[in-house]
Structures are given as structure tokens and as C-alpha cells.
Design a protein around this ligand. Structure first.
Ligand code: ATP
Ligand code: LTN
Length: 338
């Protein structure tokens, strides 16, 4: 263990984002932002999940561009490549290899019950490919390869982490103790940002309606405009309630970006009108994103540095992944020549 230096002295944190488009404020507040504080205390692995991204159609040149942009975004948000392994999933071949083995301990029934699979099958009815169904098994492979203790994600990924737990337990029962059973880490605030146009749906980077999501790359004017157009209701009171999903979502966003609770946000806007409220939410988000945008732009100008940084991250990840996969191959009975 100690040989690897970097690994196993602390608890392990694992997460990833797909390079399937520009990141939204949902990706930021539900996932990446929560990763920053963990760099001190944990051994962290944060991947760019390109293997996952191709489960829906991607334009190859765009995928390549989004991958590099996501690397720059990780750094601009405050991830430090000295303290965590930042890498591209396809650079570490063990992810796909472990996925194959885990496929044999995952039932078609449980994979087809996943909410995301059902949603995406509906949304991409002309392309319900095997990868779409295998998505959570690949995700389990990601997590289990690094013997992760915790997986910080947004609320929509909880079901997938639970499946990864079931797969780990089942494998351990069948072949002997191999994997650590991971736990999802889901923050209370900001874990589920909804679409600004239809709060019944989560804000998603691949939404076809450009007004539904606020992207980390949106300029101030665009951000203010999108919030101005966000759906609310006719009741005109600023409080969180089940029958006020639009307003509740805006309060959540405000709380996540202003750094307080939803109750505090409700108090701050008591008696105010929707117009003033929406402007304040927009300004708060725009102010919070401005430094990230500037840093991201600076980083994207140095492609050489980003490429090198990702290579370093993949080397670190590879050392751990190779060890786990070799143990798995031994456990399942693959002949390894000794
Ligand atoms: P896509 O639209 O391409 O499926 P996505 O926007 O759902 O993508 P992912 O790459 O699937 O984003 O998710 C990256 C991380 O962001 C995950 O941890 C996920 O839980 C989190 N996340 C995604 N959308 C939201 C949201 N609306 N609110 C909070 N967290 C979110
Ligand atoms: N499916 C995830 C992205 C992802 C992931 C992971 C998250 C791929 N592999 C491993 C946590 C752990 C998503 O956020 N949509």
C-alpha cells in the first residue's frame, strides 16, 4: 500500500461528470462544488466520464472539445491536480474491463429498472443501445476500482450508487472480500436544481430548451435573462412549497449560491415581488460564476498544460486500477500465469 504513496492512507472519494455538454449550475452545485472541500481530507479521484458520454450520440469533435473544457472547469472550480487525481475515464482501460466482469453479476432486471435508463430510453427512443442500459454497471466499475468509500453526487445519481453497493456486496459474497461498499454523499442544499422552464424536470446540460438551464459559461446578461424568464406562479409569495415548484427551485438556487439556507432566503425576500427576486437570484449566480469563468478561460489558452495534467492524473489512477483489476481477475479464476 505505502508503495503507492498517494493511496489508502485516507478514505477514498470518487466521482465523475460526463463531457456531454457545457456544465450547468446543477452540475456545479450538486457535484463539483462539494468536491473541493474534500481534497484535504480524502484521497480523491475525479474523472471525466467520456465512456459514459457516448451512451447517447456525441459529435466526436465536440466530445473532444468538451473533455478539455471540463478539465479546465474542474481546475477553475478549485480542484487541485496535486491533491487529487483528475483524469479522463477512457485513459484508464481498467474501467471498461471491470465493467465486463461486473456485467456478469448484474441482472438485466435491475439495470432496466433504473430511472435514468427509463428516462433516457424515452428521450432517445431511436437509440436505446446496450451502453445506455450498461451505464450504471460502468459507473459501479468506476467507483469499485478505486475502493471508494464515498461518492459525492447530485440526488439523481443516488440510485446508481445504490446499485454499485449491491454489485459490490454480491461480488464479495460470490468470490470473497474484494470491494469496499461505497456510500453516496448527497448534500441537502443544491443537490437537485430543477429546469427553469419545467421544474418537474431536473436541470440538465443536454436539455434541448436553452432557457431551461444556466450554463457555467453563460455571460451575465444571459444569466439575468434566463432567470427573468424562469417559470414561477401567479401567487406572488416567495416561499418554498410543494405547490410552488418554480419559486422553490429559485430559492434553492439562491441559497446554494448566496451561501445560506432556504429559510434565510425566504426571510430575505419576504414581501418582495417576483421581478426583484429573480433579478437578485440572477445577480447572485452571475457574481459567483464570474471568477470561475475568468480562470477557465485562462486555463483553456494552455492546452499543453491541461493535456499534461490529465496524463499525470491517469498515471495515478492507473496504478490503483491495475491493482484492483488484477485482484478481481484472480478472484474470478482467470489464469494469470503464476
Ligand atoms: P446529461 O444531461 O448529459 O445527462 P447531466 O447534466 O445530468 O448530464 P451528469 O454528467 O449526468 O450531468 O452529472 C454530473 C453530476 O452533476 C452528477 O453528480 C449529478 O448528480 C449532478 N447533477 C446533474 N444535474 C443536476 C441537477 N440538476 N442538480 C443537482 N445536481 C445535478
Ligand atoms: N453517471 C454520473 C457520472 C459518473 C459518475 C461515476 C459519478 C460516471 N461515473 C462514478 C460518480 C461515480 C452522472 O453524474 N451522471
Amino acid at each position: 500500500m505505502a508503495k503507492l504513496g498517494f493511496y489508502m492512507e485516507k478514505k477514498v472519494m470518487y466521482s465523475a461528470v460526463q463531457p456531454s455538454g457545457n456544465l450547468t449550475i446543477g452540475n456545479y452545485s450538486g457535484a463539483i462544488r462539494n468536491w473541493i472541500a474534500m481534497q484535504e481530507e480524502y484521497d480523491c479521484f475525479y474523472a471525466i466520464a467520456d465512456l459514459h458520454a457516448i451512451t447517447v450520440r456525441q459529435e466526436p469533435a465536440e466530445l473532444r472539445r468538451h473533455t478539455l473544457e471540463l478539465a479546465a472547469t474542474y481546475l477553475a472550480c478549485g480542484l487541485d491536480p496535486e491533491r487529487c487525481a483528475l483524469y479522463v475515464q477512457s485513459h484508464v482501460p481498467q474501467h471498461a474491463e471491470l465493467c465486463w466482469v461486473l456485467n456478469t453479476v448484474t441482472y438485466v432486471g435491475e439495470a432496466s429498472r433504473m430511472t435514468q435508463f427509463k428516462d433516457k430510453s424515452q428521450k432517445h427512443a431511436d437509440n436505446v443501445n446496450m451502453g445506455l442500459m450498461d451505464y450504471p454497471v460502468l459507473m459501479a466499475a468506476d467507483i469499485l476500482l478505486y475502493l471508494a468509500d464515498y461518492v459525492p453526487v447530485g440526488a439523481d445519481q443516488k440510485q446508481h450508487v445504490e446499485l454499485a453497493r449491491d454489485i459490490a456486496i454480491r461480488f464479495n459474497n460470490r468470490y470473497g472480500e474484494t470491494f469496499r461498499v461505497p456510500e453516496p454523499l448527497i448534500k441537502k442544499d443544491g443537490a437537485s436544481i430543477r429546469s427553469l422552464q419545467d421544474p418537474a424536470r431536473k436541470m440538465s446540460k443536454s436539455d434541448e430548451n436553452p432557457n431551461a438551464a444556466v450554463f457555467l459559461t453563460d455571460d451575465r446578461e444571459t444569466i439575468l435573462r434566463k432567470f427573468k424568464r424562469a417559470v414561477t406562479d401567479s401567487d406572488n409569495s416567495i416561499r418554498a412549497a410543494e405547490d410552488k415548484p418554480g419559486v422553490t427551485n429559485l430559492l434553492n438556487i439562491y441559497a446554494a449560491f448566496a451561501g445560506g439556507t432556504v429559510e434565510e432566503a425566504e426571510r430575505a425576500f419576504e414581501g418582495k415581488g417576483y421581478g426583484e427576486f429573480k433579478l437578485a437570484v440572477g445577480e447572485t449566480v452571475a457574481d459567483a460564476l464570474a471568477p470561475i469563468q475568468a480562470e477557465r478561460k485562462r486555463l483553456l489558452a494552455d492546452k499543453g498544460y491541461l493535456t499534461q495534467m490529465l496524463q499525470g492524473g491517469a498515471e495515478r489512477a492507473f496504478k490503483v486500477a491495475r491493482r484492483t483489476l488484477s485482484k478481481v481477475y484472480r478472484k474470478v479464476g482467470f489464469f494469470q500465469g503464476d
